[in-house]
Design a protein around this ligand. Structure first.
Ligand code: BG6
Ligand code: MG
Length: 217
């Protein structure tokens, strides 16, 4: 049997940055005079920065010119980066540090498949980047999740067939992308949002070494 590989999403799977994306978008929405709820934020998870702004502006029924959008994207990222600057290893999600070190030690291949253009910066800051066999992020792809490009590229960088890959995701767009790539999908978080995942876990603490070993078998 072929050795399977794991592809991890970053925000909301490895590190608790999903809340910072939300807070930065919420600030932008208040500046534009509308409220942006956590439930609405589910639509932005896993989605590229540019597409997230489009969804946000649609929710606020706001039309802006390209240069104004560019300015808002810069503001959002600046605020997000201020949160990231304060972040440390305590914000690695439960069980993840242990799992990544276990996989690395046991030579089980794994990659990052993230929409974020800040992914490398964040992994460096958390001192996790050296553990990954391959990294594919928002700088490497031309189409964003739910398109499967990011995961297919990660699989090819690991030298794996899509059907031998397991994707771990907290976003609806990410689960869709994994399913379209014909990979096994594991959803982290609310079962309602992630109901299309092959397996749904409440949080990363359930992503135990035992669970992963069973998946690999
Ligand atoms: C995804 C997040 O991982 O990355 C989205 O779930 C975010 O919320 C996207 O918009 C892009 O991130 P960044 O860091 O390039 O703005
Ligand atoms: Mg995510």
């Amino acid at each position: 049997m072929n050795q399977k590989a794991i592809i991890f999403d970053l925000d909301g799977v490895i590190v608790d940055t999903a809340k910072y994306h939300y807070l930065a978008w919420k600030t932008l929405a208040s500046k534009l005079n509308f409220d942006f709820t956590e439930a609405q934020n589910e639509q932005l998870k896993g989605v590229s920065r540019v597409r997230s702004l489009e969804i946000l502006l649609d929710l606020g029924k706001i039309h802006l010119e390209a240069d104004q959008k560019k300015q808002l994207l810069e503001e959002k990222n600046e605020q997000y980066l201020q949160y990231i600057a304060q972040m440390d290893q305590k914000e690695i999600l439960p069980g993840i540090d242990n799992l990544l070190h276990y996989l690395n030690l046991n030579k089980i291949p794994f990659a990052l498949g993230s929409a974020s253009k800040n992914a490398r910066l964040i992994l460096e800051k958390l001192d996790l980047i050296h553990l990954f066999g391959a990294i594919v992020d928002g700088n490497d792809v031309s189409t964003a999740k739910p398109d499967p490009e990011v995961f297919l590229l990660a699989a090819s960088k690991l030298g794996k067939k899509p059907e031998d890959c397991i994707v771990i995701e907290d976003a609806k767009a990410g689960i869709e992308a994994a399913n379209l790539a014909l990979m096994t999908s594991i959803g982290i978080g609310g079962g309602k949002v992630l109901k299309e995942a092959d397996f749904v876990l409440n949080d990363t603490s359930q992503l135990t070494i035992d669970f992963v070993q069973k998946l690999m078998a």
